[in-house]
Design a protein around this ligand. Structure first.
Ligand code: AMP
Ligand code: GLY
Length: 411
């Protein structure tokens, strides 16, 4: 199978590593990729947001399957263009990707499907925002309605900061604050069948102890021993299946990866967000534990044959990943610094680029992540931090508490 992966982040590097290890994959191409994907896949240039450009590249490469990593190409309609060119594509249509592209749309689907989520109001004017803030009270949760690379959400007890964030967005969703640990559950779906992957936990805030602003995610681990045994089945039954059925009923079937972000509150699990693609950095830990070959699984998802697949097989043990971010992230990151140790096995690249002289330099906010497995969570965690210790990036920063609470059985 000839597979083309679209994107240039750590998620795409992790996807490429799994696909490269799959004997069914005869050719692997990544576009536009990064310095890490270049080591395992043929590299091609492409504008990932241009549907015609991606479809033309897939045709030229005689790809059997295109895997679209990030949300922005999905929302731009890249999957539609690839399918229109007669090529199997992993990733939802533009219409179905609105589940991630518009928080207001996601809320309306959840309401129609009876999915448990935070109570919310869509607000456009300052007066509507102020009324919504007063209705829900502090802490305030204000979300940009559109795509914002994980940085469109402000959670704060400062009413002025909440109003300021809302004023910087065209339209916002204001919602009730959800208390409790977060869980990311990825579900493969072909539009009918839902197959959950292992639950993972991401760490969204930039600083230790969940302090500082939100980021795209600073680290992750899987699986989550502190969840009740029936948790995944319950979420598939109460969230994933009703959502997929609702979208199919509306004439916008969703095939690809449904990312369910949940808060486990005292009143039960509530959906915090949906995404229309694999999460980053959770993909690094989930794929590190997946034993089932990936290519056939993604192709079955793309072609309505997920129900024919055998049950997934998982490696025993745990995986932990710790993100190394550039100085300044999640504000404006400093780029161009040389990274030492970037080519060690287990280092998954995000914002990296190989310079003409061969050096690998930082080229983004989240630069790379150190991923390791272990028989226990403590082993995996120690191994991930030991790996990160071997990497040097001037001004780089990372969290020191990824998976720490889970060592004592807490979420
Ligand atoms: P989102 O982009 O909707 O996932 O939001 C990003 C992050 O903001 C989430 O992972 C949570 O940490 C936080 N967040 C979002 N919505 C809420 C909420 N209703 N209550 C508390 N925290 C939230
Ligand atoms: N880790 C959060 C995300 O991928 O959106």
């Amino acid at each position: 199978m000839r597979v083309l992966v679209i994107g240039s982040g750590a998620r795409e590097h992790a996807l490429c590593l799994s696909l490269a290890a799959d004997p069914a994959v005869t050719a692997l191409i990544c576009a536009p990729g990064n310095a890490g994907t270049a080591a395992v896949a043929e590299q091609r240039g492409v504008d990932p947001l241009d549907p015609a450009d991606v479809a033309a590249l897939a045709t030229q490469l005689a790809a059997d399957l295109v895997v679209i990593g990030p949300e922005a190409p999905l929302v731009a309609g890249v999957a539609d263009a690839v399918r229109a060119a007669g090529i199997d594509c992993f990733g939802p249509s533009r219409a179905a990707a609105a589940l991630e592209g518009s928080k207001a749309f996601a809320k309306s689907v959840m309401a129609a499907a009876g999915v448990p989520t935070a109570d919310s109001v869509v607000a456009s004017s300052p007066a509507e925002v102020a009324a919504a803030l007063d209705r829900f009270g502090a802490p305030y949760v204000v979300k940009d309605d559109g795509l914002a690379a994980g940085k469109g959400v402000v959670v704060t007890s400062d009413r002025d900061a909440a109003l300021t964030h809302a004023a910087s967005c065209e339209r916002v969703v204001v919602e009730e604050f959800l208390d409790g640990p977060e869980v990311s559950l990825f579900c493969l779906t072909d539009g009918r069948t839902v197959v959950p992957l292992l639950p993972a936990q991401d760490f969204k805030r930039v600083g230790d102890d969940d302090t500082g602003p939100n980021t795209g995610g600073m680290g992750a681990y899987a699986p989550l021993d502190w969840l009740p045994g029936a948790f995944v089945d319950e979420i598939v039954r109460t969230v994933a299946e009703p959502t997929i059925a609702e979208l199919a009923g509306q004439g916008t079937p969703f095939a690809g990866l449904l990312y369910i972000g949940l808060a486990v509150t005292s009143r039960g699990p509530r959906v915090v967000e949906f995404n229309a693609r694999f999460g980053d950095p959770e993909t690094q830990v989930v794929l590190a534990l997946l034993e089932t070959p990936l290519a056939a699984l993604l192709r079955a998802t793309a072609t309505g044959r997920l129900g024919e697949q055998p049950p997934l097989r998982w490696r025993p043990g745990y995986a932990v990943t710790v993100v190394l971010a550039a100085e300044g992230y999640p504000g404006t990151p400093r780029s161009g610094d040389v990274i030492a140790g970037a080519e060690i096995s287990g280092i998954i690249h995000a914002g990296t680029r190989r310079r003409d002289d061969g050096a690998i330099v930082a080229a983004g906010g989240r630069v790379l992540s150190a991923t390791a497995t272990g028989v226990s969570l403590a082993d995996a965690r120690d191994a991930a931090y030991a790996l990160l210790d071997k990497v040097e990036l001037p001004g780089g920063h990372h969290r020191t508490d990824i998976a720490l609470r889970a060592l004592s059985g807490r979420g």
